[in-house]
Design a protein around this ligand. Structure first.
Ligand code: IPE
Ligand code: IPE
Ligand code: MG
Length: 242
């Protein structure tokens, strides 16, 4: 098979569960938010490494629908960090050719954060080099439930024939409707679970669970995983051509 323009692997869409910020901070005797700040800093390098690795889509899990269960201090600190991150990274993202999108339920997020998210999506909407999707207040089950609700509303309005509903129909109602399914899902910090991330979309994704805590995850680690992916054979339920 020809290599992807001489590039290792062909993981067009990589999704990352950025886990381990809390443990990273704890091991340094620091508060959890210190770990989240260090974690946020790691995102830039990874995004900017995507073009050379042939990764067109990068989706990162920043805050789950279950993360509201954390202390008020941690939740408020994370929301503040998201706002600060958008403000400080916007120009660089625009210049680097990154198109940013957000997935998740925005209704529970504070208006100022939603406004910044909308603005960043608009500011970067002409970019095409890399597609960065950030999942905030995202849960796979919640996404399918919200999609089903909108689909049912369309049926009630007579806009959708219920007998015609199939996998493609539901996929169009998901937050990710413009994105291809992920080829590879990486989770850092040694936990081998998906914690409600892209449940529908990763039906056939390859998974890589790595021990490294997210704030320690480097471009080199990323490169290595993407190249391992390139050597795997995916069957999608069928047989390999011999
Ligand atoms: C991931 O790191 C970031 C978020 C969930 C916001 P954690 O905060 O889950 O870190 P650990 O798992 O406690 O180490
Ligand atoms: C998943 O990590 C969510 C994010 C990385 C944003 P968690 O740390 O919240 O997941 P659990 O609690 O270990 O399953
Ligand atoms: Mg965690």
């Amino acid at each position: 098979m020809p290599k992807n323009k001489g590039i290792i692997g062909a993981a067009e869409h990589v999704a990352i569960i950025m886990d381990g910020n809390g443990r990273w901070a704890k091991s340094r005797g620091k508060p959890r938010l210190y770990g989240h700040r260090a974690g946020a800093k790691r995102v830039r390098d990874i995004v900017e490494a995507c073009p050379q690795l042939g990764v067109k889509y990068l989706t990162v899990f920043a805050f789950s629908t279950e993360n509201w269960k954390r202390t008020q201090t941690e939740v408020a600190g994370l929301m503040k960090l998201f706002k600060k991150y958008i403000l400080s990274e916007a120009k660089r993202l625009v210049d680097a050719g990154v198109r940013v999108r957000f997935i998740g339920d925005r209704l529970r997020l504070e208006p100022r954060l939603v406004q910044l998210m909308d603005e960043l999506e608009k500011m970067t909407s002409k970019n095409t080099l890399v597609n960065l999707t950030v999942a905030i207040n995202y849960g796979g089950r919640d996404e399918v439930a919200r999609a089903s609700r909108r689909m049912a509303q369309d049926v009630a309005k007579g806009k959708l024939n219920p007998d015609k509903v199939n996998e493609q129909t539901l996929a169009r109602y998901l937050d990710t409707y413009v994105l291809p399914d992920p080829d590879l899902v990486i989770r850092t910090s040694g936990e081998a679970r998906i914690s409600n991330f892209l449940l529908w979309q990763s039906a056939y994704a390859e998974y890589e669970f790595v021990k490294t805590l997210w704030p320690d995850f480097t471009v080199r680690d990323f490169q290595e995983i993407v190249s391992i992916f390139g050597s795997r054979k995916r069957r999608f339920g069928g047989l390999l051509a011999s």
